[in-house]
Ligand binder design. Sequence first.
Ligand code: NAD
Length: 294
Amino acid sequence: MTTIAFIGLGHMGLPMARNLLKAGFNLQVFDLVQRAMDELAAEGAQAASIALEAVQGAQVVISMLPASRHVEGLYLGADGLLAALKPGTLVLECSTIAPEVARSVHAAAHERGIELLDAPVSGGTAGAAAGTLTFMIGGQPETLAKAQLFFQAMGKNIFHAGPEGAGQVAKVCNNQVLAVQMIATAEAMAMGVANGLEPAVLAEIMRQSSGGNWTLEKYNPWPGVMENAPASKGYSGGFMAELMAKDLGLAQQAAQSSGSSTPMGALALQLYRLLLKQGKGKQDFSVVQQLFVE
Ligand code: NAD
């Protein structure tokens, strides 16, 4: 049976790893935080005390870390995993990171005969728990063919975006749209309520009208409109505002390198930076709602 090493058991990694366990794979896990490892160990995974231990005997390595520097730290350099993995190991790097960092990790993996895909995801913590994530994949099609069954255990839509780094480019484009939609929805909700509308009524009208979008469908930022949305749980859980600010920064870098004009993305980044300055970086990104209410 295939043994998978899963590294990074945060908001996304924990439910993704759980779905691999449910699909019957052997799972060896590592996170800097003990609690998530304990939860998975109780469900049948083996917890490791360092990343190198987690990858022992694994044919597949999956990582789900916060940002570029964590991924570089895990894989590159003399102490990095790539120096220790056997040639032929399959690595699925699912974090959202800079496309150029993804390309440098690809190059280092290629030198060692390790097959790697950049495979960032969309769908949020609910999609991770339900096993319905969208994967946006960069790398060789033959590698993707070998990885299909692992992606299918965690997701529903599996897209080959293009060569090395292409998954990350698709991801930052998508998250720029998501941030802009979230901000536009939050300011409209605040304006409607300030002008006397019931939040749930306004949300439903917009959802069914031409303003309808993903945030109105699944993730309304106004507290109490959607029972399971982070907004109704004190903006806890979900996707941290500081991670959205990171993704918007990556989108601006991508725009800079191609000379693209992205004024909406630039404004979204500025608004998320304001939120971080207000100490709200650890809250869900729908907390942007609070910029628009008294
Ligand atoms: P998170 O901060 O909840 O989880 C990251 C985990 O990585 C933490 O548990 C942390 O302890 C662990 N970690 C950090 N460095 C490590 C290391 N060197 N070794 C082992 N573990 C380490 O973040 P998240 O919300 O799970 O997001 C993970 C990635 O997925 C990010 O790149 C994010 O942008 C992306 N993403 C998140 C969402 C979402 O809704 N939360 C959706 C899509 C994509």
